[in-house]
Design a protein around this ligand. Structure first.
Ligand SMILES: [Zn+2]
Length: 74
């Protein structure tokens, strides 16, 4: 399991969403509820196109998902 991370649009910081999943489940995500950002305190809508999985394999997974970013999200 790995934490889903997003980038805070207000501060540019990496923010954990508090949602843990695995890569195969992450692939099937279509939409997710907004999360309250612990950095700036605002709620941020997010989708898997601008989120990634944290963890020891984060760099590899980020590259993998980035290569699929051209695919329409919905
Ligand atoms: Zn924020």
């Amino acid at each position: 399991m790995a934490m889903v991370m997003i980038s805070c649009p207000n501060t540019g910081r990496d923010v954990p969403t508090g949602i843990e999943t695995d890569p195969s489940s992450f692939e099937s995500f279509v939409a997710a509820a907004p999360i309250r950002c612990p950095v700036c305190g605002r709620e941020h809508a997010w989708s898997k196109t601008n989120a990634w999985l944290a963890g020891s394999l984060g760099c590899l997974q980020e590259t993998k998902f980035a290569s699929r970013a051209s695919r329409p999200a919905r």
